[in-house]
Design a protein around this ligand. Sequence first.
Ligand code: ATP
Ligand code: MG
Ligand code: MG
Ligand code: MG
Length: 481
Amino acid sequence: QSRSGNQIREDFLRFFEERGHRRIHSSSLVPHNDPTLLFANAGMNQFKDVFLGAEQRSYTRATTSQKCVRAGGKHNDLENVGFTRRHHTFFEMLGNFSFGDYFKQHAIAYAWELLTSDRWFGIDPARLYVTIFEGDAQTPRDDEAEQFWIAAGVPKDRIYQLGAKDNFWQMGETGPCGPCSEIYYDLGLEASETGEDKPFGEDDQRYMEIWNLVFMQFDRAASGELTPLPKPSIDTGMGLERIACVLQGKLSNYQSDLFVPLIAKAAELVGFTAMSPEEASVSDAKGAASLRIIADHARAATFLISDGIVPSNEGRGYVLRKILRRGIRHGRLLGQEQPFMHQMVYAVRDEMQAAYPELNETADRVSKTILGEEQQFARTLQLGLSQMTNETLASGSLAFRLYETFGMPLDFMTDAARDAGIEFDMEGFERAKEEEQARARASWKGGSQKSASPVFTSLPKTDFEGYGKLRIEGAKVLALV
Ligand code: ATP
Ligand code: MG
Ligand code: MG
Ligand code: MG
């Protein structure tokens, strides 16, 4: 009997509580006092001022399970979702923090104990790999971390060194920064990208990053120069969904108990019967990816709206709208043309209320907001669809007109073209779009207040998230929708 996701969250927090950490509730997804941040995207966000020394707390050690959304801004995993096994738009980041209290040695020893001790997670060390910072012109190789990993029991040949992209962290251009160490789990040959038995570093699917330990050790000046911090600090982050995948012996986060019930609900709501929810959680088949996307986006939309965001045409509200419409679109791909996303909210609440009791209060409001968006989007589509002909799809400039005037999503048109066996005129579409942008720029420069675009400019536009632009972060495309 493996641990449930809820149990894993609780065990993590309890492990660090027993080691002197204060348990702090997740902060809101909407960062207060930080206009540079779109959404909370890491556990350390709510402690930023504490790390900077601008705020004092009555404790020097903390542990959290932080709600995170990475669907825009610096971290954007939106287009990974459905296609990789380890990315979500909304996920929970488990973390332990030291504000000038313990440092590298203890952070490493704690992490290794939690993961491998039979009293705790009991992971077979033979499945684990560790990375350290390889060093660069300004910063030496992190030999210290290597020594502490070895002391904790990691064989030297399991320690790899990586460059700054993966293993050096900084809060901004200046300020606190330092090397990090990551822990990876070998999901086994079954999870491999190609079916070949490749070593660590050469198979992005098989070896999954589970935990990142950041050693805040330096202060970077505007000149770029680094000086050691008087009180170095610790910030760590481990994805709950990833450790649940590992501890439940699965190949994908979506196979964990945090997702299967949501995938089952999505299947029920859209009338998908081609395979079981368990199969859909990992299958490469086209409809399966859509179900995973719906499950993921339902979590993100539920938590974002619960935290006060409403769909709109800019900023945070626009990202929410994009997430919702993408979820709705995948329901349509599976044949569901009636509103359904608003019902996913109650499934999300049922799964998550133990850790986030506020969902009990907000679920009705959230569901109503989503229903409103589904109805509005249906009207947009209805208007646009009534104008969409084979001729429109074959002509990029006509298709662009539909996109611009009715807010008709590009991916709907490319899908429709494919269904009708018509080659969509992407080049013409892009050309029309560029011409329109040039016109808008010209009229802006001329000081004219008049918009260059045709009527109905207030209708929401949707972004193209289609096939040509898929950016898959170092991972195999599991299925193309
Ligand atoms: P990856 O390389 O897999 O994209 P990352 O290096 O971007 O992950 P970090 O910024 O180091 O991730 O975040 C700390 C931890 O949070 C990761 O080790 C991982 O367990 C988890 N995590 C990060 N992004 C996601 C995501 N989109 N969905 C689920 N978990 C995530
Ligand atoms: Mg990432
Ligand atoms: Mg990484
Ligand atoms: Mg990382």
